[in-house]
Design a protein around this ligand. Structure first.
Ligand code: OGA
Ligand code: NI
Length: 333
């Protein structure tokens, strides 16, 4: 708990947060707006747009996405408020046990060499639909957080499943390909909190990583910080308030035989203002065997990834680290 960044004030950057320069190459100076896709457009157009952006960048943003504005605003407000609570109200939730579905921790769980990242995280999990005991395991402070989470998670999951259907249609899989075990794992929400940092140029909020799940829906909030790898550079993603940033996890890359790639991204710290982002992850069940879809492997010259249960993927992922290269080495044929 004493590790928690949001429970202390830092006037200088402790050495454990400082990375050698080659591990934090600066982002290109221009902030880039990722493609913003209006989901209320005709379905053909939407399908084409997400496929194009997904193949080119692996990242895009969606607006008119069907998650009620109020649900987004309430979720963001409750999450920001959680990190403003006095330390004693957060203490009960703090845990370093990575097997705990709901917990508060600092830095990251990515296999790292002991270096620390400028980020606290509240992790919330639930099965779907939300069961009463799942809800009761979420923090009871601030008031309304549990209800906000409940009202947020259902339409956000529905959005994720709709995007998966559109992607299936785009790549030539049957629309319900990802329904069932491939998407029936716990729904996980990571509330990332990056307090103002005394020396943001010498550290990072999150290391370069690819997401381990199927598909990710991120609310960036109004403060920039997300950076996406693109042609050897890091591009800064300009926030579009109310939009979800969408990116593909490793499981979607494996299932589509590499047609849709999981792209590296990272989060920068900043000196001026706290930043809170809300990442929702859709993932397979632990026992689900994830393998390239036969119809895509056949057309793509054979399977390019080995079949692996999600549990085994996670076990290996924890040991090889989050970099794309090391994950590829472990799972590519
Ligand atoms: C994540 C992530 C980026 C951000 O939670 O996996 O990449 O901007 N977050 O907080
Ligand atoms: Ni991520």
């Amino acid at each position: 708990m004493e590790n928690l960044l949001s429970a202390a004030s830092h006037e200088t950057l402790p050495d454990s947060f400082v990375f050698p320069a080659e591990q934090r190459p600066p982002a290109s100076s221009a902030a880039v707006a990722l493609p913003v896709i209006d989901l209320s457009a005709p379905r053909d157009e939407v399908r084409r747009a997400i496929l194009e952006a997904g193949k080119e960048l692996g990242f895009f943003q969606v607006v008119n996405h069907g998650v009620p504005e109020q649900a987004v605003r309430d979720m963001e407000a409750c999450c920001e408020e959680f990190f403003r609570l006095p330390a004693e109200d957060k203490a009960a939730f703090y845990s370093e046990d990575t097997d705990k579905p709901n917990r508060l921790f600092t830095s990251t769980t990515y296999g790292t060499g002991g270096e620390r990242y400028w980020r606290d995280c509240l992790r919330l999990a639930c099965s779907f639909p939300v069961a009463a005991d799942a809800k009761n395991a979420w923090p009871d402070k601030p008031d309304g957080l549990r209800e906000a989470m409940e009202r947020f998670i259902a339409p956000t999951r529905a959005l994720g499943m709709e995007l998966l259907r559109l992607l299936c249609e785009g790549v030539g899989l049957r629309p319900d390909y990802f329904e069932g075990d491939l998407s029936a794992g716990d729904e996980v929400v990571n509330v990332n909190h990056y307090p103002p940092c005394p020396d943001p140029a010498r550290t990072l909020g999150l290391p370069p990583h690819c997401d381990r799940n199927l598909i990710t829906l991120l609310l960036q909030g109004s403060v920039a910080g997300l950076q996406v790898s693109y042609r050897g550079d890091w591009i800064r993603v300009q926030p579009v308030p109310g939009a979800f940033v969408v990116n593909f996890g490793h499981q979607l890359e494996i299932a589509t035989n590499g047609l849709l790639k999981s792209v590296e991204h990272r989060a920068a710290a900043n000196a001026a203002v706290p930043r809170t982002s809300v990442a929702t992850f859709i993932m397979p069940t632990d026992d689900c065997l994830v393998a390239p879809a036969a119809e895509l492997a056949a057309g793509g010259g054979g399977a390019r990834y080995r079949a692996v249960t999600f549990r085994e993927f996670m076990r290996v992922y924890k040991t090889v680290g989050a970099r794309r290269e090391s994950v590829e080495k472990a799972f590519k044929i």
